[in-house]
Structures are given as structure tokens and as C-alpha cells.
Design a protein around this ligand. Structure first.
Ligand code: NAD
Length: 249
């Protein structure tokens, strides 16, 4: 099993939020990381919210799977890796070819309707167009509510938003992730600081169930582990694949 965080996508053009100079240094997570905060910002500081969305758009427009995402997809294709549990919302594991991906914090590749709860896949172009529309709306006119800027659900005409898990929201598919983690023999933890709960409890859960936990990260982390590999995921994971599956043909 692999359990991934923001660090695995750092080399793909999506910086981590928590590291120094990251998004949360420039945008207060208590405002920009919560749904209530975002709704309040749309009405009280639309320019600030527009700047945040422009930054998100820039990251998502440029992002492509990196060597680390591809390495995990190769391990799955080679029958070594059962699944990836990720905290990321960028869809890069699937783009790299991973088939079984549990997205604890949701995904920007999906929308959820605030009225009927219906979910739909959304292509990257559509996501970028939706972000553009929201930025234009925030910068051009009085904004009565964030919902007024959102696209409409094809089922019920309710407002739809990207299906990410904000701070304070319930994580998605946690029971499935916990089942996978309890059954695994080795858990490869990649690019997570181990600070965001409840996801951060999964490595300890794996150890309690008898698994060996390997932590791959650029900097020291809070992840309880048996083996620490310090460095870029994009360098370490391809080397792991070569060790386990042999040199690429
Ligand atoms: P984090 O930002 O708390 O920790 C990132 C970790 O990755 C750090 O330990 C850092 O040393 C390490 N790292 C940075 N670059 C690396 C590299 N090239 N190779 C290996 N390791 C590297 O990340 P987190 O624990 O996942 O928590 C951040 C939260 O914010 C998550 O819950 C996630 O939902 C969200 N987030 C998602 C994305 C995304 O989808 N790509 C990006 C930023 C934040």
C-alpha cells in the first residue's frame, strides 16, 4: 500500500501548502481552507478570494504526473502495490495510471452538488473554465454569495462546487482506507508531514496491524516509521521500482 500527501506532487508543479512560503503562509487556512471562510470571503473580500483562485488555477493548469506518481502506477501494474490512499486532490495518481486510488480529501476532478449531493467527474479544461468564471465574477461585480458564482447541477439546478474536503469537513472513504491499511504488509508513506488528522493516524494503524512503514519525504516528518528515506520522491520511488521490479525495459 502507498499513502501519499502533498509532497509527491511538489515536483509536478503543485507546491505543498504547509511548507515555508507555501499557500498557507500567504492565505490564512482558517479563512481560505474552510468552506464557511470561503463563503464569507466571497462577500467581504472578493479580491483576496480571486487571488487565491488564480493561484490554484495556475497550479492545476501546469500540473502533470511526475516520476513518483508513475513509479507507484508501475508497482501496481507489477502486482506489488494493492492501492494508493492519498490526501491529494489533484488527480495525478489516476493520470499516471494508478487504478485503485482512495482520495481521503476528495478531488478537484469531481464536483458535488450542494443541494442534491450528486457527484460528477469534471475534465481539467472544465475545472479551469469554472475557476476563470468565478475569478471574473469576484472581480467584476457585487457578489451576493459564493453560490451565485458556482455552476449549476444538471439534476436539480443546485450550485455545484469542487468535491474537496475543507478543514472541518468529514474525510471521504476513511473506512475503505483503514481496511486497506490494516491488511497491508508494507506501507510506503510518501510526501506527507503527518500533521493532518485523521489521515495522519493511518501509518500508526498500519504498524499496529504488523506492517512495516517506510517514510519517503524531503524533510523530517511526524510519521511513525520503521525506515526513513530522505530525499525527493521523484528520485527515490523510481529507484524502489527498479529494485523491486528490475530495470525498465
Ligand atoms: P504537507 O504539506 O503537510 O507535507 C508535505 C511533505 O512533503 C513535507 O514533509 C515535505 O518535506 C515533503 N516534501 C516536499 N517536497 C517533496 C518531494 N519532492 N519529495 C518528497 N517529499 C517532499 O502535506 P500533507 O501532509 O499532504 O498535508 C497537506 C494537506 O493539504 C493535505 O491534506 C492535502 O489535502 C492538501 N494539499 C493537497 C495538494 C495536492 O493535491 N497536490 C497540495 C497541497 C495541499
Amino acid at each position: 500500500m502507498a499513502f501519499t500527501g502533498a509532497g509527491i506532487s511538489a515536483e509536478s508543479g503543485i507546491p505543498t501548502f504547509r511548507d515555508p512560503g507555501g499557500m498557507w503562509d500567504r492565505f490564512d487556512p482558517s479563512e481560505f481552507g474552510t468552506w464557511d471562510g470561503l463563503m464569507a470571503l466571497a462577500m467581504t473580500r472578493p479580491d483576496a478570494l480571486a487571488s487565491f483562485l488564480v493561484e490554484l488555477r495556475r497550479m492545476f493548469a501546469a500540473a502533470a504526473p511526475g516520476a513518483a506518481h508513475t513509479a507507484l502506477a508501475h508497482l501496481e501494474a507489477g502486482g506489488i502495490l494493492d492501492a494508493v490512499v492519498t490526501q491529494n486532490v489533484d488527480g495525478l495518481h489516476q493520470a499516471a495510471g494508478s487504478r485503485r486510488v482512495v482520495e481521503l480529501h476528495g478531488s478537484f476532478s469531481r464536483t458535488v452538488c450542494l443541494m442534491c449531493g450528486g457527484r460528477d467527474d469534471v475534465a481539467r479544461d472544465e475545472l479551469l473554465a469554472n475557476l476563470d468564471r468565478a475569478v471574473v465574477g469576484l472581480r467584476s461585480a457585487f457578489v451576493p454569495s459564493l453560490a451565485s458564482l458556482l455552476p449549476r447541477c444538471w439534476r436539480c439546478e443546485g450550485p455545484v462546487r469542487p468535491d474537496f474536503v475543507a478543514f472541518g469537513d468529514t474525510v471521504q472513504d476513511l473506512p475503505e482506507a483503514e481496511d486497506l491499511i490494516r491488511e497491508c504488509r508494507v506501507l510506503l508513506v510518501v510526501g506527507t508531514s503527518g500533521e493532518v488528522y485523521p489521515a495522519a493516524a493511518l501509518p500508526e494503524e498500519a504498524r499496529r496491524s504488523g506492517a512495516t512503514v517506510i517514510d519517503v519525504s524531503a524533510e523530517p516528518t511526524d510519521v511513525p516509521s520503521d525506515l526513513r528515506l530522505r530525499g525527493r520522491a521523484g528520485a527515490i520511488l523510481p529507484a524502489v521500482v527498479e529494485l523491486v521490479l528490475g530495470p525498465a525495459p
